[in-house]
Design a protein around this ligand. Structure first.
Ligand code: DX5
Ligand code: ZN
Length: 223
């Protein structure tokens, strides 16, 4: 399977968010990544379900909603009703992770768990079977435009190994500091989904950048 690209609207121009979502709709983006921050789990505040609801009619692409919030179980239903297709909660924010994952599935959304850079992938061992996606944070969550933490590649490799061992189809996403300079290595490590914010929206031609991220490695495969 070829990899997926999920641009993050955290780096979009909020004064013309509709135009930027429409741009993503007309691009080769596979999903649209939506970063929700509460100023508690992470030191920054972004936006909530009203934005998910507002952009929902503008795109047919799956909305990949990354909840960087404490007590996410309180808001899962609301995000699902607002139009989230995938709901990702943080391992570090969920004392009853198994229950929270079931709650996401009961809403009809695909379930994902994100782990911070210091959290080992082995801690997901007992929920891997229940997950559609594991999101490996390659920066400390809270801000766009940070530098990629290379240790994350080892985590991707280790998780890939565990998934293959158990014959699981769970997708591995990576989030933070992704660009053309490291995308090849990330995919080689076994990642399925590239989340990219500033690389896409700071590019002169965001659609072309998405196409480049989408086609990376293809030449090598065809060679
Ligand atoms: C960081 C967010 C990311 C962010 C990535 O807390 O989870 O999704 O938008 O931004 P870049 O690609 O700029 O590192
Ligand atoms: Zn994110």
């Amino acid at each position: 399977m070829t990899h997926l690209v999920a641009p993050s609207i955290l780096a979009a121009d909020f004064t013309r968010l509709g135009d930027d979502v429409t741009l993503l709709q007309d691009s080769e983006a596979d999903w649209i990544h939506v970063d929700v921050m509460d100023g508690r789990f992470v030191p920054n505040i972004s936006f909530g379900m009203m934005i998910v609801k507002a952009i929902r009619p503008l795109t047919t692409k799956p909305l990949d909603v990354h909840l960087m919030i404490v007590e996410p179980e309180k808001y899962i239903e609301a995000f699902s009703e607002a139009g989230a297709d995938h709901i990702i909660v943080h391992y570090e924010a969920c004392p009853h992770l198994h229950r929270t994952i079931q709650q996401i599935k009961e809403c009809g959304a695909l379930a994902g768990v994100a782990i911070n850079p210091h959290t080992p992938v082995g801690l997901l061992e007992n929920v891997l079977e229940d997950l559609d996606q594991v999101l490996i944070m390659s920066v400390n969550p809270g801000f766009g435009g940070q530098k990629f933490i290379y240790q994350s590649l080892k985590k991707v490799e280790e998780l890939k190994f565990r998934l293959i061992e158990r014959n699981l189809k769970t997708l591995i996403s990576i989030d933070g500091g992704v660009g053309l300079h490291n995308a090849g290595k990330i995919l080689e490590a076994g990642c399925n989904v590239l989340v990219a914010g500033s690389t896409v929206f700071r590019a002169e031609d965001p659609k072309e950048m998405i196409a480049q991220l989408k086609h990376i490695g293809r030449d090598a495969l065809l060679a």
